[in-house]
Design a binder for this molecule. Sequence first.
Ligand code: PGA
Length: 256
Amino acid sequence: MTQRIPLIAGNWKMHGDRARARALLDALKPLSPAQGEVAVCVPYPYLELAQAVLGGSAVAWGAQNVAEWEEGAHTGEVAASMLAEFGCGYVIVGHSERRRDAAEDDACIARKLAQAIRLDIKPILCIGETLAQRQAGSTHAVLQAQLHGALALLDSTALTRLSIAYEPVWAIGQGQAATPAMVGDVITALRAMFGEAGASVRLLYGGSVSAANCGDFAALAGLDGLLVGGASLRGDEFTAICQRFCTRREGRSLPA
Ligand code: PGA
């Protein structure tokens, strides 16, 4: 049976200032779940701070975006090699807010994934349907198309370093998460889409995760972790999520 290590990742988005970042990093530094990985994806200007505070701890840090190019004349972009210099273990790729705000399409996302993998930074690929797509019954088709496009440049060995976050667009930042049944249905479908090669891919859920609802998701077979937005901005709340999810997992091997 494949062992996939649970991952709880925080996505700070464009929140905070240096003082709040420092306080939050200090609060998270002691985290060390026995059975899982914890990461925080911070705004670029706070990467050096994250490295300074979290270095030597069990908490990894990462970025929320990466350039699709190796280097060159791309004003405003940040290369994967630069993220690697700051010790980034993770990078979020293809978040729906970037698909919306920066018009990232699947081809661009595929190139970003390739850059991250090249530098040994573990990507967290976000996929998810809109409410209209769910209501039209096309959730699985939308996710399959997003996956197909995003993974076009990766070979199967890269899958072991990839996490995929199912983030229904309609559940992000709403205070109303998808139901565990909905998430369970999608996780089963994603595993089936990957076939045998997918047994090593970590599958996460994201969208209004809180300390109150994370236990329900931890109980889902095949779900390996959470991508947490708003609730990752509070040290006590994020700590509780990490502990609850990983405690529920303790002593269990994760079914493929
Ligand atoms: P949320 O954000 O937890 O605030 O809904 C999740 C995300 O966008 O990754």
